[in-house]
Design a protein around this ligand. Structure first.
Ligand code: PAP
Length: 330
């Protein structure tokens, strides 16, 4: 996969090297506005703990040719994509109707580990990615230019930026409320998002990198949209199965496997399971995110309840302008 070469980040693992990394991070541009300070690295904005994970991943993560990486910007449907891809990829091992199917007892976020967010798989444990058997199913929010140049396949999922922003705002405010902090207003979040200043943003650059690669290398990057899963989930299940190298057989087609996977991974099914309502996910060593926080409304077009028509038009114009000539439209 033709990806940009990683830029230099200080190699480390010892306390001295940890200090070097801290010095490196504190030398980067930072900006206030979101509940946490964001740091700019290689053109993208990151929360400090996440950036540590990004730098660590760039040093230590060794991709394999048969890896599949689920890539998203936060709030674009990561949880959903993890559930769908895991269920499709493991269906010969975990029968769809099985009483012990992992989806019934584990949060989708726990089933597919993030490359750059240690501990996101539940509790404070750090999954040793190197010890996972091949083929690995992994996840990332990193922009493509920060992934190691490798031949692994990527499924990228994007979402209408207005709904992504609304989802982000609710998520941030839930986390802030839990920590006793005040929330952000839509006006403030909107202004920052429109400037390209948001976690893992600019939104448009992130989408554009994966989009261009999907156009150049459709066999290597499958580009999906939240809205298309919403309108025809079974079709996306078929596409995913084909892309993952485990296409649905005629028998599976006859027995409605695509529809069954879509049902198992639907917002309604997942939110009805206890595992998705109790317990939590640890991001890094400090932040603890409740399992339920990854589910809110799960709808297309909720932006209309949170921003004015003028705001929507403005954001649409900015995104259109940034993506001009690429063929990518929202
Ligand atoms: P993350 O990036 O922090 O991992 P992510 O899963 O990408 O979060 O985004 C959460 C959004 O996906 C929420 O959107 P909302 O705020 O607009 O409601 C969440 O409701 C939605 N979501 C989670 N699971 C599903 C699902 N199975 N079907 C549809 N939407 C879902």
């Amino acid at each position: 996969m033709a990806m940009a070469q990683p830029a230099a980040a200080p190699p480390m693992s010892s306390p001295e090297e940890e200090r070097l990394q801290e010095d490196f991070i504190s030398s980067l541009p930072s900006r206030e506005g979101w509940p946490q300070t964001l740091i700019q690295y290689e053109g993208y904005w990151f929360k400090p703990k996440i950036l540590e994970g990004v730098l660590r991943a760039r040093r230590a993560f060794t991709p394999r040719a048969d890896d599949v990486v689920l890539a998203t910007q936060p709030k674009c449907g990561t949880t959903w994509l993890k559930a769908l891809a895991f269920t499709v990829a493991t269906r010969s091992r975990h029968g769809l109707g099985a009483a012990d199917h992992p989806l019934l007892t584990r949060h989708p976020q726990h089933l597919v580990p993030f490359i750059e967010i240690p501990g996101a798989t539940g509790g404070d444990d750090r999954v040793d990615l190197g010890a996972l058997p091949s083929p690995r199913l992994l996840a990332t929010h990193m922009p493509m230019s920060l992934l190691p140049p490798a031949g692994c396949r990527v499924v990228y999922l994007c979402r209408d930026p207005k709904d992504t922003l609304v989802s982000r705002l609710h998520f941030e405010n839930k986390l802030a409320a839990r920590g006793g902090g005040g929330g952000l207003s839509m006006d403030d979040a909107f202004g920052m998002f429109c400037e390209g200043f948001s976690p893992y943003g600019p939104f448009w650059d992130h989408c554009l990198e994966y989009w261009e690669e999907s156009v150049a290398r459709p066999d290597a990057v499958l580009f999906l949209r939240y809205e298309e899963i919403k309108s025809d989930p079974a079709r996306v299940v078929r596409r995913l199965a084909g892309f993952l190298g485990v296409p649905l057989s005629e028998e599976e087609e006859r027995s409605g496997v695509a529809e069954e996977v879509a049902r198992m991974c639907s917002f309604e099914t997942l939110t009805g399971l206890e595992v998705n309502q109790v317990g939590g996910v640890s991001h890094g060593s400090r932040v603890h995110v409740e399992n339920s926080v990854f589910y809110r409304k799960g709808e297309v077009g909720d932006w209309a309840n949170h921003m004015s028509r003028e705001m929507a038009d403005k954001l649409d114009r900015i995104v259109q302008d940034k993506l001009q000539g690429s063929g990518l439209l929202f």
